[in-house]
Structure formats: C-alpha cells, structure tokens
Design a binder for this molecule. Structure first.
Ligand SMILES: *[C@@H]1O[C@H](CO)[C@@H](O)[C@H](O)[C@H]1NC(C)=O
Ligand SMILES: *[C@@H]1O[C@H](CO)[C@@H](O)[C@H](O)[C@H]1NC(C)=O
Ligand SMILES: *[C@@H]1O[C@H](CO)[C@@H](O)[C@H](O)[C@H]1NC(C)=O
Ligand SMILES: *[C@@H]1O[C@H](CO)[C@@H](O)[C@H](O)[C@H]1NC(C)=O
Ligand SMILES: *[C@@H]1O[C@H](CO)[C@@H](O)[C@H](O)[C@H]1NC(C)=O
Ligand SMILES: *[C@@H]1O[C@H](CO)[C@@H](O)[C@H](O)[C@H]1NC(C)=O
Length: 660
C-alpha cells in the first residue's frame, strides 16, 4: 500500500476541552491502517473489498482514541459522547444480489482476530460472535438476510454490540423532511450518507441515513437508549469492516468525519472522489406507449411467478428450529442441495448404504462437487444431540477422513453433505471386475490410511469418536487412491433409538465383534475388530463372509486365514489375483495383524495406536500363540482366548439365523 502524502485533508486537533477529531473528504494520502482487501484507489476512494469472493477488508484510523472520562470525585468512568458521519456506496456485479455489507466499528484493536468473511462482515466468527469479551460496537449496513442472526431483510441498518445479532435494526429508510414521509431506500447502487451520534450523558445512540443529495433528516432511523460504557474500553479504535461472500461486491467509503465529545464536521460533498463508472447503472425509462398492454403482461407474469413461488416453497421446504441457528455455517439450504443433485435424480445416485442413498451434486454458487447423503429418520427424539454431534464431527479434519461439510434437515429427512470422492469405495475396487485391480503397494497404503484415520478418531481428536461401522464400503478413495473413512458417527442416530424395544445393533455382518451381539455397545475395540476384517479383506481379496464359498471352511474369512496360519501357510490366504506380486513380509504382517485385530476377546485386540506402530514397523508384531491369541494377552484374557476358533464360527451363525 502506497500512502501518497500530497493533499493531506486530514485535520487532527486535540483541543483541551474538545475531544480529538478528524475529517477525510476523500482519502487521498490518508494515513489509515488497512488490511485484507482494503485499499485506497488512485482517485481517493477507500475501497474495502474488491471483486474477489469471500474477502474481508478493514480500515482503521491509525491511532486509538480516548473514549472514557472519569466523573469528578468518583472513580468510575463513563463513555464520552461522539459523533461521526460518512458517505458509503455498495455496488454488486449482480443486480438485486449483494454480499454482505459493511460496518462502522469501534473496537479495542486495529484488527478483528480470527474474523470470518461473508455474513460475519469481517467482525467475528462463529465462536467469537456474541462474546462479551469482544468489546465491539458496530453499526452494520447489511445487504444480506442471515436468519441465524435474526436479520429482518436483505437491506437493513443495525446497531450491533459484540454480536451480529443486532440490538436494534430497521429496514433502510429515511425521513424525507420536505415531504414529511418515510421513504424506502436501497443500501446498494448509490452513495448514501449516514450519521452515528452518541450522547454519553443521556446514554442515547442515534443512527440516521439519507441519500447524498438531501439535508440530514430530522428523524433518526435508529434510536436506542443504551449506556455503551460496559462495552467500551478506555481507548478504542474507530474504523470500518466489510466482507464479501459468493457474489463480487464493492464496498466503498467516500468520506468520513469523526469527533469525540462534540458534533462531527459535515463532509464537503462536492469534494468527495467520484465513483467508478461501472458502478450504478441507470434504470431504463418506462415506455408510455402500450402501457396498458405492459400492465396486463405484468399481471399475468406475476400470477405465474406466484404459482411458481408457492410450488418452490413446497419443494424447498425444510425444518429449521431455533436451537439450530447457532449452527448456521454448517447448515445448507435444501434448495441448494436440490439444485446441486438435479432434484435428487436417480442418475446422480452414487450408492445406496444402510442409512440411505448418496447422491453426487455440484453446489450452485461455489461449483464444488459434493456427495449428499439422504438419511430418513422418523423420530424427533435425539435429533438435537445428533445434530450437535454432526456439527462437532464437521470440525474433524484429517487426510484419511471424508470431510463432512454440513447438513440440512427436512421433515423425516436429514441430508448430510460430504466431500465428493471421485474413486468410490474400496469394496468396488476389490470385488468389481470392471475396476482396475489394486496393486499390493496401493493396498498397503490404503490399510495404513484407514488405520491412521481411525487412530485420529479414537485418540487424536479432542474427544473419542467411535466409528461403529468400519467396513470396506465405508472406505472411500480420493483421486490419488488415498483411503478416507466415511460415515463415522452416523450409526449414533440409530442408537438414540426410534424404538427402545428392539435393541437394534448397528453394524455390518462380518465386521461385528462377537461382544457386540451380547452388549450392543460399540467401543474402540469393536472398531478394531472391524478394521481387522477390512485388513484381511484387502489382503485376501475376499469378503469377510462369503456365502457362496467353494469350500465350507472358506465361508468365514477370519477362520480360514487362521487355519492357514495354524498350518504355517498363511501366504496361501493372499489374494490369488495378486499372484506373487506382493512384498512377503508386508503380506504376512497384514494377515497376522488382521487376525490379531479380529480376535474374539476384545482385551486381546491391540489399540489403533499399536496397530499404527506395528504397520509402520516401529514395534514388532506380538507373537501369536497356536490357539490364535497372543502371548501377552493370554495372561490377561485367561482361558477365554482358547475358544478362538469356536467363538469365531458361532458369531456369524447366530447372526445369520437372527437376521438384522
Ligand atoms: C501513520 O500514523 C501512525 C500512527 O500515528 C504513524 O506511526 C505513522 O508514522 C503514520 N504514517 C505516515 C506515513 O504518516
Ligand atoms: C482482492 O484482494 C485480495 C487481498 O488483497 C487479493 O488477493 C486479490 O487478488 C484481489 N482481487 C482482485 C480481483 O483484485
Ligand atoms: C458510579 O457512580 C455512580 C454515581 O455517580 C454510583 O451510583 C455507582 O454505584 C458507581 N459505580 C461504580 C461501579 O462504582
Ligand atoms: C445489546 O447487546 C448486548 C450484548 O449482547 C447485551 O448485553 C444487551 O443486553 C443488549 N441490549 C439490548 C437493549 O438489546
Ligand atoms: C417500503 O418497503 C416495505 C417492504 O420492505 C413495504 O412494505 C413498504 O410499503 C415500502 N414503502 C414504500 C413507501 O414504498
Ligand atoms: C436522537 O434523536 C432524537 C430525536 O430526533 C433526539 O431527541 C435526540 O437528542 C437524539 N440523540 C442524539 C444522541 O443525537
């Protein structure tokens, strides 16, 4: 940023009785602290945002101002009066659509740490919004309706204290003193003047808006009795904050005057810099000829538009309850998901899972490819906890997890939006003849990837997340064939239970640890069991349970592998499709570790951290004893370990007869 120092229009005076003041009739050579996209254009406009999307821009008067005075003979302090006036203009590339607005701010720092763009106006983020520690007072000029902040419309002015949920707001209007009427005005498309005045004695704040060619209206737009003292610190910075979202929008300040403890000087409107010509567009003149015809057409069009709108409302209806507003950023609009998936067309179906269909989609504004999972849920019970969990899961970030982007809710239906994985699921690669075969080194990488993702869920995030449904079809492959675990935590929705009578065990046959059928309680250890099954599946190229196996003893994969192991010919279990194209040591490691993880006694299974260390070769594989258990665990597990073979066989049997 080059600060040109000619024509300094800045006048700062610190008179003893009066407070400091300054005036910028245009910003040529002005010494402001700028950040983000904010800049001063060559002709002296302060431009807070440029045409890039999701931008923030800030501009502050560079020195802090004393905002407090201590009353005589009293130790406590009150906030001084102040007044400011500025001219701003907002221009969007798209008519009728402007993102997101700007704000005059009073803040403790020349920055808003961690602030987000878009609806957060560069002021706060989803965590800091509403915190009393912010000490931010802002006047927002908001051109977007954000229901999570109870916005009244997409063209309003608000007084914000520490939060984007305004203390007071009103649609943009001004009082036309000549006509004596209140008139609507659009915040976008034209320069507007605004006055913010606070009286520290009367504890009263006024905000007045007006078109630039009018004298200051006699009636303020917003008038609030409020003592700002609790929110204002001794010294504060004044400035502007702005942000853009999905549509490129310019936010300009043309001139700014401020005075502490007195009335700010009026701006010299004739001296303000000119706005660029691509800004406001003249509205076409209405034709006088054929006006009745046009009217008829307008009526017809409005009727069809109304019908269309009603239809749309029904199609796009969603359920949004008050408690969900805090999840705003994680919430998707049903309309967007509907458009993204072309109306949930069958052609867009990527797969059908236990919980519902998954659709491919392209989000309308960002053009991001996503996978949308449609889960039907009947009961309202537990949905609140579940959404809270979904949102917390949305914060999980790991290269071996499928990123959950957000959700949407309708009656009887929940929609979960995930990153799109172009290569589909692992089971397709293992069993679908049309897919190319995975080489051993790819398979080994995939196993390590899944282990790493699961370890993160179990031990490395702030809370323990049990996946509950680890299986090959929940392992997705990204464009570089990296494994990413999907669908974690979903099983919880069903655990919360629609029907307490049926202890519905969630899981998939062949991946369920034996104790699950007894206790129905998913644990990290049951996840390890399922992971063992996946390892064997990848190494052997066979499903955990093969009902059409040629030999009966080959039906249950883990039994068969343990038989091979017992005979000392464990490599016989390896995928015949691989031939001899594999690393013998690694294959042995995976098969044996798979057996260990799929141990019927939960205490005998390693933790995911141990699994990871073994796979990385950091610790040796524990010795398996002839009965299938490992030495160290025999001490712990006692005799239970001896029943390895029979236990394993009995589990699927009971499940097969019981059904799901
Ligand atoms: C701008 O103002 C700051 C704070 O008063 C000062 O430190 C800095 O030197 C000024 N910069 C210029 C170019 O005048
Ligand atoms: C907008 O500003 C940002 C931040 O300064 C910059 O990275 C980006 O290139 C700018 N975009 C345009 C279109 O000038
Ligand atoms: C501030 O002063 C007023 C009287 O001027 C008194 O009523 C009030 O209790 C004082 N507050 C504190 C926190 O000292
Ligand atoms: C304004 O907001 C502040 C901060 O959230 C809150 O403490 C105060 O009660 C609100 N006042 C009004 C009048 O809404
Ligand atoms: C101003 O806009 C509101 C809707 O935002 C409308 O109800 C009202 O009639 C408008 N007033 C005038 C004078 O156009
Ligand atoms: C706010 O406006 C009202 C009505 O015009 C006026 O009585 C009051 O003095 C104003 N307050 C400030 C702080 O300007």
């Amino acid at each position: 940023m080059i600060l040109k120092l000619f024509v300094l229009l800045l006048l700062v005076s610190f008179a003893a009785s009066d407070g400091p003041e300054f005036i910028f009739n245009g910003f040529h050579g002005a010494n402001l602290s700028l950040d983000g996209a904010a800049e001063i254009t060559p002709n002296g406009l302060l431009r807070l945002t440029n045409t890039s999307q999701q931008q923030k821009g800030h501009a502050f008067y560079p020195i802090s101002l004393p905002f407090k005075t201590s009353s005589k003979g009293n130790s406590n302090t009150t906030t001084l009066s102040f007044s400011t006036v500025f001219v701003f203009a907002i221009f969007s590339k798209y008519p009728e659509l402007s993102f997101h607005g700007l704000a005059f701010t009073i803040s403790p720092l020349k920055a808003f740490p961690g602030a987000a763009s878009a609806q957060y106006l560069g002021l706060f983020n989803d965590i800091t919004n509403g915190k009393s520690s912010n000490h931010v007072v802002a006047i927002e000029l908001d051109t977007f309706l954000n229901s999570e902040f109870d916005d009244i419309n997409n063209n309003h002015v608000g007084i914000d204290i520490n939060s984007l949920r305004s203390n007071l707001s009103a649609p943009a209007t001004f009082f036309n003193s000549e006509k004596g009427v209140l008139q609507n005005i659009s915040l976008t498309g034209q320069p507007l003047q605004i006055w913010v005045e606070y009286n520290g004695v009367e504890k009263h704040l006024n905000v007045t808006l007006s078109p630039i060619n009018m004298p200051k209206p006699k009636r303020p737009l917003l008038s609030l009795n409020i003592d700002l003292s609790p929110f204002i610190l001794d010294t504060m910075y004044v400035g502007f904050s702005s942000s853009t979202g999905a549509a490129p929008t310019y936010h300009y300040i043309l001139g700014w005057s401020f005075k502490m403890n007195g009335k700010a000087q009026e701006l010299k409107l004739s001296r303000l810099p000119r706005l660029p010509r691509d800004g406001p567009r003249k509205k076409p003149k209405v034709l006088t000829i054929g006006l009745p015809l046009i009217l008829v057409a307008v009526v017809l069009v409005s009727i069809s538009v109304a019908v269309f709108m009603i239809r749309r409302r029904i199609i796009y209806a969603e359920v949004l309850e008050d408690w969900e507003t805090k999840y705003g950023p994680h919430r998707f609009k049903y309309k967007d998901l509907y458009i993204a998936t072309k109306g949930f067309r069958e052609k867009e179906v990527l797969g059908v899972g236990g919980f519902g269909k998954v659709y491919r989609g392209v989000l309308p504004t960002s053009k991001i490819e996503v996978a949308v999972k449609r889960v039907s849920h009947e009961s309202r019970q537990g949905i609140r906890e579940f959404i809270a969990e979904i949102v917390s899961i949305g914060r999980l970030r790991h290269r071996n997890l499928v990123q959950l982007l957000g959700y949407c809710r309708r009656r009887r239906e929940l929609l979960l939006v995930y990153d799109f994985m172009p290569n589909g699921s692992l089971d397709k690669f293992l069993f679908d003849q049309t897919k190319s075969m995975l080489e051993w080194c790819q398979r080994f990488q995939i196993i390590k990837g899944v282990a790493s993702g699961l370890l993160y869920l179990h031990e490395e995030w702030e809370q323990v997340v049990v996946h509950r449904d680890v299986k090959a079809s929940n392992v997705l492959l990204d464009d570089e064939l990296n494994a990413r675990l999907g669908d974690f935590g979903l099983a919880r929705l069903y655990d919360h239970g629609s029907n307490p009578q049926t202890t519905h065990v969630v899981g998939t046959l062949g991946y369920m640890a034996p104790e699950l059928t007894r206790t129905s309680k998913a644990t990290m250890s049951t996840d390890v069991f399922a992971f063992g099954a996946v390892m064997l599946e990848v190494a052997c190229g066979r499903r955990p349970i093969e009902l059409q196996a040629s030999l009966p003893e080959e039906t249950i994969l883990v039994d068969w592998v343990s038989q091979c192991w017992r005979k000392g010919t464990i490599l016989e279990a390896s995928d015949p499709k691989l031939g001899s194209h594999y690393v013998v040591e690694e294959m042995k490691l995976v098969l044996t570790l798979g057996l260990l993880c799929s141990h019927p006694v939960s205490a005998a299974r390693p933790s995911m951290r141990q699994v990871m260390q073994i796979l990385d070769g950091d610790i040796p594989l524990p010795e398996l004893l002839a009965d299938g258990s490992n030495a160290s665990i025999l001490v712990l597990g006692g005799n239970e370990g001896l029943d390895y073979y029979s236990l394993c066989s009995s589990v699927p049997d009971s499940l097969l007869s019981g059904g799901r």
